[in-house]
Write a new protein. Structure first.
Length: 291
């Protein structure tokens, strides 16, 4: 990626100039990153604690997959959230020890000309699970609830039509017997800047930073507005949203997996190994929108 021009960013009514190419992050970002967005912890979870708890949860996920193969149960998990909120890492840790033949990741590129002429949901439905499959969508049909209307990739009419169609569409999914999890990963604004800066200066992660990411930096409030509208219109009884605060990715991943495991009635379930969900980190879409 070529040199990127500095971007004006407004946080709490104060305008800052953010230059992702500068070698060192300014103090106004580093000092506020962990607490940004009202995050309840001052430090990351201890790495050894994280690894030990994650292993127990991953063992339970392997049990889930065996139960699915025996029962034919189908599971879909949608991973949505702010840019740089940790979707990719959460998906990786969830799938790490599951059999990739029946635990699939779906990460679609922009629609082809043919797909653009189809019913909006059509290309997503073609990736739905068959009996015994666990399918994770790395972004999903909810592109039309955020990035598409903000970046002008759909019309206002298409956006409104989408919001009306989603609840009955997802009701059909659940009524079909598919277990549907909708996960929204949220991070604070200064933490997002920190993550973008790390990507820019890490040769192994620089591919994760796109021109669209940079353009979105100055549209934080637009994304917040669209997120809140999405939660209001699509957090329904049969297909609720779960919101997870992700400034500390370790806590976010643990609580995300715990939520999935707690919600499934699988064979050999070990409640002690799963542990307790941290309600400071994980909440319902309804509660988060009202807070």
């Amino acid at each position: 990626m070529d040199d990127i021009k500095p971007v004006e960013i407004v946080i709490d009514g104060k305008t800052h100039l953010f230059d992702v190419d500068t070698p060192d992050l300014p103090d106004w970002i580093t000092k506020a990153a962990m607490a940004s967005g009202g995050y309840p912890y001052e430090k990351k979870l201890n790495k050894d604690t994280y690894k030990a708890e994650l292993e127990q949860l991953q063992i339970e996920l392997v049990k889930v997959q065996a139960w699915q193969q025996a029962s034919g149960k189908r599971v879909i998990v949608l991973f949505e959230g702010r840019d740089a909120a940790g979707k990719g890492g959460a998906i990786h840790e969830t799938r790490a020890y599951m059999n990739p033949r029946t635990a699939r990741i779906v990460a679609l590129t922009k629609p082809t000309e043919t797909e653009s002429g189809q019913w909006y949901f059509q290309r997503y439905v073609s990736h739905f699970p068959t009996a015994g499959e666990f399918v994770m969508f790395d972004r999903s049909w909810y592109n039309r609830a955020g990035v598409e209307p903000i970046m002008g990739f759909c019309t206002p009419a298409q956006y409104e039509h989408f919001l009306k169609q989603v609840p009955p569409f997802e009701k059909l999914i659940v009524d079909e017997g598919i277990v549907l999890f909708k996960i929204w990963l949220e991070i604070g604004q200064e933490m997002q800047l920190t993550q973008f800066h790390q990507r820019r200066h890490d040769p192994l992660k620089v591919w994760k930073l796109s021109p669209m990411d940079i353009e979105a930096l100055s549209r934080w409030n637009d994304y917040t507005e669209k997120r809140d509208r999405m939660l209001k219109e699509t957090h329904k009884g049969k297909a609720p949203w779960t919101v997870i605060l992700g400034n500390d990715r370790r806590r976010a991943r643990l609580n995300l997996i715990r939520h999935i495991l707690t919600s499934l009635d699988y064979t050999g379930k070990d409640e002690k190994a799963i542990g307790e969900i941290d309600d400071k980190i994980l909440t319902s879409g309804h509660h988060f929108r009202k807070s």
